[in-house]
Design a protein around this ligand. Sequence first.
Ligand code: FAD
Ligand code: 2HG
Ligand code: ZN
Length: 477
Amino acid sequence: MAPLSSAQILSGLERILGPQGVLTGEAGDLEPYLTDQRRLYHGRALAVARPRSVAEVTELLAFCNAQHISVVPQGGNTGYCGGATPDESGRQILVSLSRLNRIRQVDPLNYSLVAEAGCVLARIQRAADEALRFFPLSLGSEGTCQLGGNLSTNAGGIHVLRYGMMRDLVLGLEVALADGRLLSSLGTLRKDNTGYDVKSLFLGAEGTLGIITAASLKLFPKLRAFATAFSAVAEPGAAVALLARVREASGDRVSSFELIPRIAVDLTTRHIPGVRDPLDARHPWYVLCELTSSRAADPLEDLLEQSLAGALEEKLVLDAAVARNERDRAAFWKLRETIPEAQRLDGGSLKHDICVPVAAIADFIERGARWVADNVPEGRLVAYGHVGDGNLHFNLNQAPGADRAAFLGREGPVKRAIHDLVADFGGSFSAEHGIGRLKVEELERYAAPVELDLMRALKHALDPNGILNPGKVLRPA
Ligand code: FAD
Ligand code: 2HG
Ligand code: ZN
């Protein structure tokens, strides 16, 4: 079969999607789609396809599969691993799901919501809230990232401790397969043990096994009571001990527990307008802890204050500020959520999204920090994140006065040392951001051979022509 010319491919796309559904770059309109959010990759694409219906997605895939044309799905393009960026060939079709963005159903009695892949996460949260329900996935990028991207990266964020990751919030999926068939499994059942859990294959698959078009999601009771504290601790071990204590004392109402180092307070207060240090004195580490409940009258503030008072007495906590109103609470969260932006504004950074058992966090940070101090004089450690899940963003920022290119040039050996240390702890080199293009080699290094064989077999079974996001997660066969 002779390959189609570019003009033939474009006319095939226009036939399926209509002229409005295909961008070709003549007006420079492809640019925002071609660079990943961390600016690690810049790709090219023959066209951006913008389907508006599920039928358009399946037809598009049937066409691309028959013609052996690669497709790269893209949601909000906020991913951290270059998964949504096309390669440099200029032959791939980028499939933007942004126009497939209806909320199909909100069912408060069933505690479920059905939405299409292109829905922005914040819109799903709002729709749940309007129905007096709560959708727990929450990320710094929630105003931009889309459901399809959240599902395909199995996103984590700040509520995993209580509600789990994206995978845990899914009841059903609708997926367009490589050959154009539709897997329609959008049920909202809580129990369904009928054979293999096929839908789970697509969660965290980063667009390499199918294009997700919609999902049915779990909802929870709307949250009506909050207690939030910003506490100083001497070292990460104290944070972990505090978490265990507050979980017990509060009847397990902790929904977020984030570790923040002093350097992150310095970076955010310096670079982000309106961010202030909530405490008077400087301390080495902080914890942002939030308790929540669906009962407005739950005495969460009392529970939190009692726990903190005991911890202060025992010097487990050195100082603490409790949010007295929604403004305080928003200010604490702003400090936490803008750490990535402050890091970016401060210069080059090397990022490691790692996970170790919660109980091993302190030991890991101590060994990792020592290695960084001894081996990377041009970098400074900025280790923060979802400590309640054992997930740290063990990042390094360029030290003041260091040469950006020289610092970024250390990426390979730094990554190797940190990920090897993570492996020593039985941890994960990718806790919540996925593999994309960035971590293909890491997966090959750290995954068990049997696991890699199974992944390759699944990829071949579901995408025999290798058209779905090739080169992401797995090296092309
Ligand atoms: P994209 O970047 O567009 O795509 C991500 C991957 O999914 C790509 O491989 C793409 O091909 C694939 N994909 C997209 N849509 C589909 C679809 N419909 N079907 C099949 N494949 C698809 N992540 C966390 O987990 N936790 C955090 O706390 C967090 N905080 C962040 C904070 C900031 C400021 C930023 C910028 C990012 C953060 N992220 C976080 C990373 C990112 O927001 C998440 O990975 C998010 O889930 C990506 O969604 P997206 O729509 O932007 O996906
Ligand atoms: C967060 O938790 C995100 O803020 C981004 O996952 C982490 O930039 C990072 O390393
Ligand atoms: Zn994170």
